[in-house]
Design a protein around this ligand. Structure first.
Ligand code: KIV
Length: 270
């Protein structure tokens, strides 16, 4: 079983692999591929729940999906993403909501989209025993403030601020740091400055690990960000399978003899 300590030890030696998953069957495939970390991301809002952002995702939705992923896997570290406004507003709510992910959904850790306001939250959660993965750079829960899903850390002041925030979250006890959509040289600098492992998404090759959203990897997303790579074409496979089913039913090829059974005694009963 992968632990937060394993990730810290892997930093700088072996690339850490992380993918999102939101259900048991996908999580089982991800585990079979020996991925280190499964993130039950609030990206579920866009990818599987039909919202047009991550903002409407609720604690209950992440909790239920995390529980499904945790039931289906034993090896990967399971990280539950804390939804918009479920943390960082009041300390008591942050602890209660994060606690539910560990106590009721069997997550191993939580992820917070971070800013200056989450340094204390991270410290408090770590203090009470909730491992925290900090997420910096493009934080989609701030989409309305950022004016879109834009690259972050692109000028000197913003880069310095990001580095300082990364250091503050390391100091607060975060066990890993996600860096999203930031310049590769900034991610490299943050990675060199921290002992905490960095996991990049759109952050170049020099982070300690890489994460992508599973639907982008599988080729299931309608739209993918420019930094994602499609490693399969599951959408096409699904469309073919569904169309084949329709055709088979319409042409009365399904169900075939092997899908049906006949009870000879029924004639005697009726
Ligand atoms: O919600 C999510 O899937 C994420 C990843 C993109 C890191 O936060």
């Amino acid at each position: 079983m992968t632990t937060t300590r394993d990730l810290r030890e892997a930093a700088g030696t072996e690339p850490i692999t992380m993918l999102t998953a939101y259900d048991a069957s996908t999580a089982a495939v991800v585990e079979e591929a020996e991925i280190d970390v499964i993130l039950v991301g609030d990206s579920m809002g866009n990818t599987v729940l039909g919202y047009d952002s991550t903002l409407p995702v609720t604690v209950e939705e992440v909790q239920s999906r995390t529980a499904a992923v945790a039931r289906a896997t034993t090896e990967p570290l399971v990280v539950a993403d804390m939804p918009f406004l479920s943390f960082g507003v009041s300390e008591a709510d942050s602890v209660e909501n994060a606690g539910r992910m560990l106590k009721e959904a069997d997550a191993d850790a939580v992820k917070l989209e971070c800013g200056p306001h989450t340094v204390e939250t991270t410290e408090r959660l770590v203090e009470v025993g909730v491992p925290v993965m900090a997420h910096l750079g493009l934080t989609p829960q701030h989409v309305n403030q950022l004016g879109g899903y834009r690259r972050q850390g692109t000028d000197e002041a913003a880069a310095r601020e990001l580095l300082e925030l990364a250091e503050a979250h390391e100091e607060a006890g975060a066990f890993a740091l996600v860096l999203e959509h930031v310049p590769a040289n900034l991610a490299e600098q943050v990675t060199a400055a921290l002992e905490t492992p960095t996991i990049g998404i759109g952050a170049g090759p020099e982070t300690d690990g890489q994460v992508l959203v599973i639907t982008d990897v599988l080729g299931l997303s309608e739209r993918a960000p420019p930094f994602a790579e499609q490693f399969g074409d599951v959408r096409e496979e699904m469309a073919d399978a569904v169309e084949s089913f329709r055709t088979a039913v319409e042409e009365r090829e399904f169900p075939a003899e092997e899908h049906s059974h006949h009870e000879s005694e029924l004639d005697d009963i009726y």
